[in-house]
Write a protein that binds this ligand. Structure first.
Ligand code: CP
Length: 302
């Protein structure tokens, strides 16, 4: 059975194959699959992009979606994640997409007989975000080798940063970090720590991350303006970026903190392109876990 729990266990060749499949998928709006398959989306943490783009990917593939409203489910009566997931399997779901606040939540689901896709586990991993980030970088630079990616901000609490540092290093990119010292995680294996001024000047990809106040447990270090001035991409810093450098951010964006509001849709920003790529990548991931990689039969007229 195929899952997508973390990219750490995925060889580079498999990542490359999935990106190729996502690129193929980008060229067709629909590639509906034969079959009568249902995917359940279980989101125990808020989400706009991941949840909606999984639903869009399911729609484009001709899969049925079952979206559990966790706030109105029996989870509120104390039902465990395992029993909730096992229920989805029992009623006939063919795969589960799960976002959960607990790191490595999937370890408690080894008794399931249907594939699981990790849509974000606490501050652990966010493999589908990472794949869409990789696709965006590949579209821009054609490769990862020697592309200088600077990941900026709240690295310690960011599952996106953690997943990206590991896989980008493995694919040959040059990864540096910048941000408040307290939020830099020295266990990540990034090569270099830069100031935000240096980051703006040296990056090919300036990958901003969100300040994750919900994971700070009351520790408020900076006002928005203070953070922006010290660690954000200001209008002034953007002018110092390399000519072909791009700005990325997984979003949601705190405008005026990580990035000046006017730069979110700047010419060099790929923030909305990342979201578009999210649908292509999630289509490819669903095809992978449901073992439908080669199915591109449009059965809309059948
Ligand atoms: N980037 C991302 O995971 O966004 P959501 O939390 O809105 O899904």
């Amino acid at each position: 059975m195929k899952n997508l729990l973390t990219l750490k266990t995925w060889p580079a060749g498999d990542v490359d194959r999935l990106l190729h499949q996502a690129e193929e998928s980008a060229s067709s709006r629909t590639n509906r699959l034969c079959g009568d398959l249902t995917v359940a989306n279980l989101f125990f943490e808020p989400s706009t992009r991941t949840k909606s783009s999984f639903e869009m990917a399911q729609k484009r593939l001709g899969l049925a979606s079952l979206c559990l409203d966790a706030s109105a489910s029996s989870v509120q009566k104390g039902e465990s994640l395992y029993d909730t997931a096992k229920t989805m399997e029992a009623i006939g779901c063919d795969a589960l997409v799960i976002r959960h606040p607990e790191r490595a939540f999937y370890e408690q689901l080894s008794g399931l007989n249907i594939p699981i896709v990790n849509a974000g586990d606490g501050s652990g991993d966010h493999p589908t975000q990472s794949l869409l980030d990789l696709l965006t970088i590949k579209q821009e630079f054609g490769q990862f080798k020697n592309v200088h990616v600077v990941i900026a901000g709240d690295i310690k609490h960011s599952r996106v940063a953690r997943t990206n540092i590991e896989i980008l290093n493995r694919l040959g990119a040059h990864v540096s970090l910048t941000g408040p010292e307290k939020w830099l995680d020295d266990s990540t294996g990034a090569e270099q720590i830069l100031s935000m001024d240096e980051a703006a000047e040296q990056a090919d990809v300036l990958m901003l991350t969100r300040v994750q106040t919900e994971r700070h447990q009351g520790e408020d270090l900076y006002t928005k303006a203070d953070y922006h001035r010290k660690f954000g991409l200001t209008l002034k810093r953007e002018k110092r970026m390399k000519r072909d450098a791009i700005i990325m951010h997984p979003a949601p964006v705190n405008r005026g903190a990580e990035i000046a509001g006017a730069l979110v849709e700047a010419e060099r920003s790929r923030i909305f392109k990342q979201m578009q790529n999210g649908v292509h990548v999630r289509k490819a991931v669903l095809q992978h876990v449901l073992e439908l990689e080669n199915a591109t039969i449009d059965n809309a007229l059948v």
